[in-house]
Design a protein around this ligand. Structure first.
Ligand SMILES: Cc1cc2nc3c(=O)[nH]c(=O)nc-3n(C[C@H](O)[C@H](O)[C@H](O)COP(=O)(O)OP(=O)(O)OC[C@H]3O[C@@H](n4cnc5c(N)ncnc54)[C@H](O)[C@@H]3O)c2cc1C
Ligand code: SF4
Length: 473
């Protein structure tokens, strides 16, 4: 048996073009992939997530074999024991890895003496982010995004943004489309587990859905689960797709006149802006960041998140979709599930854990900043300048859930008052001291303080929280 070097590829780095694997050749390298039983058994993961990872790793191993590599795909009790068994069997000259995507995995590869190659899986490496962050006191996503646009040359006409604006949100955020039921065909309800399959999904999105992304990115429809969204996050997060190739394709469609600027810009902002921003905040602020709880939220995770039925039509529909495929788009995550946890005061660590278990595209780097920072404001405003708190009126404007719900979205008191509306006002009253000085929140806080029925709102909120806790809401 020839002594080769080994490239150890993690299950979220499944791409020939990533880091150490990009340099490897069958003549000099063997590939190690590990499916670790302790990881699978460690949490009540959504079955779609387990199946996506295990199938994608299996398929990637086979593709590498077809390319001539000797692949050791090991089913081991743990990563550590998988590496030990590989070393015992093959005595590799060294084990190379690409920088893994979590704090824990980076500690492991360092402990195991692997040779680490910098990752090119994201467009902005943390060392670049540190250069951008410099001595700034706050890291605004919009500033980072414009820096990324210029640096990566996406949607730029010389030094000016294409279309004359950096941001077309004014033209976006439309209400749900009336003909949304048949305008967006729903792709097959099974996750792709190969790069070829993921590229087909990219093609489907760009041709059929992207033109509508801008106007309808904030809308939700009870009977159209992905609406204007790409559904590409699972593939980006395990490496089947790379962010640069996705943005290149979108830019090409825009330049060919097939996609309007508000959709192209809105989408590219998600990838080179939000996604890269979240990735870099994770590396900048972990590990302390995950434990933050600035609002002192201490409600235990309500049972409706783990299976008890609820009369709230929006929550029940979204949890049903989540159960079906381990995925709902950004607005249900932020403005329904996250918003409910925020205004009810659910413990941030319990909510993060539940989200991480439940979503097919979850990973610590993306879940922690999105939940602790963006959704629950548990970081006290390090990431978002205001909490995304909203009542039933917002959900009604952006979806078709409220019609037919047992609750009345306009009411904040009474047995049929919408829990979102009640808890929204109660949240403003509870945290008035903190938010009244925030220029983006003060109008709402002052309005709450002027409510004539404030005491009744607080009494109803007390009942709603009790019903949430005992699973009868
Ligand atoms: C509470 C909460 C939890 C979230 N958890 C996850 C998660 O576990 N995994 C995950 O990939 N995304 C997460 N997101 C971000 C975002 O909701 C999903 O990336 C998006 O819904 C995935 O669907 P899509 O591919 O259709 O996205 P699109 O709406 O089509 O957007 C395109 C891409 O932009 C990227 N993107 C957009 N917004 C974000 C963001 N805030 N953070 C990171 N990437 C972003 C994603 O890669 C996404 O695929 C979360 C957001 C919130 C508010
Ligand atoms: S009325 Fe309230 S609970 Fe019912 S669907 Fe609308 S927002 Fe959700």
């Amino acid at each position: 048996m020839t002594a080769l070097a080994t490239v150890w590829v993690f299950g979220d780095q499944l791409n020939r073009r990533i880091g150490a694997l990009a340099q490897a050749k069958p003549q000099t390298h063997r590939v190690l992939l590990i499916t670790a039983a302790d990881k699978i058994a460690s949490r009540p993961w959504h079955p779609a997530r387990v199946s996506l990872y295990t199938q994608a790793i299996e398929n990637f191993a086979n593709e590498l074999r077809e390319d001539g590599f000797d692949v050791d795909h090991r089913h081991a009790s743990s990563m550590r024991s998988g590496v030990a068994a590989h070393r015992a069997e093959f005595a590799p000259t060294r084990i190379e890895v690409t920088e893994p995507n979590s704090v824990t995995a980076r500690a492991l590869v360092s402990e195991l003496g692997c040779t680490v190659t910098p990752s090119n899986q994201f467009l902005c490496h943390p060392t670049h982010f540190t250069e951008w962050a410099g001595t700034r006191k706050s890291f605004k996503m919009e500033d980072f995004y414009r820096w990324q646009r210029r640096r990566l040359d996406y949607l730029m006409d010389d030094d000016e943004p294409a279309g004359g604006e950096w941001n077309f949100d004014e033209q976006n955020r439309e209400r749900p489309p009336k003909d949304g039921h048949d305008r967006w065909p729903v792709p097959v309800d099974v996750w792709a587990t190969t790069r070829t399959g993921a590229l087909k999904r990219l093609d489907f999105f760009v041709k059929r859905v992207l033109p509508m992304f801008g106007p309808h990115e904030d809308a939700m429809l009870a009977d159209n689960w992905h609406l204007a969204h790409s559904v590409l996050s699972p593939y980006l997060n395990i490496g089947l797709l790379l962010p640069g190739e996705v943005c290149d394709r979108v830019e090409k469609e825009f330049r060919a006149g097939r996609v309007p600027i508000n959709s192209a810009e809105g989408f590219i902002r998600q990838i080179i802006g939000w996604r890269e921003y979240v990735w870099n905040l994770y590396w900048r602020w972990m590990p302390d960041y995950a434990a933050k709880n600035a609002l002192g939220a201490d409600l235990d995770l309500p049972p409706l998140f783990t299976g008890t039925d609820t009369r709230m039509r929006c929550v029940s529909g979204i949890l049903g979709d989540l159960q079906t495929r381990g995925w709902v788009h950004h607005i249900p995550r932020l403005m329904v599930l996250g918003n409910l946890a925020l205004i009810a005061g659910v413990n941030p660590q319990q909510f993060t854990r539940w989200m991480w278990d439940s979503f097919v595209d979850a990973a610590e780097w993306v879940m922690v900043p999105n939940v602790i920072g963006m959704s629950l404001h548990a970081d006290g405003g390090m990431m978002a300048s205001k909490p995304y708190a909203a009542g039933g009126a917002y959900i009604d404007r952006m979806s078709n859930y409220c019609k037919g719900c047992a609750f009345d979205r306009e009411k904040r008191v009474g047995d049929d008052a919408c829990p979102f509306t009640t808890l929204y006002w109660d949240f403003l009253l509870r945290h008035a001291d903190r938010f009244v000085k925030n220029p983006r929140m003060s109008t709402q806080v002052r309005a709450a303080q002027k409510l004539k029925d404030a005491a009744a709102v607080q009494a109803r909120a007390h009942d709603v929280l009790a019903q949430l806790a005992n699973g009868t809401l």
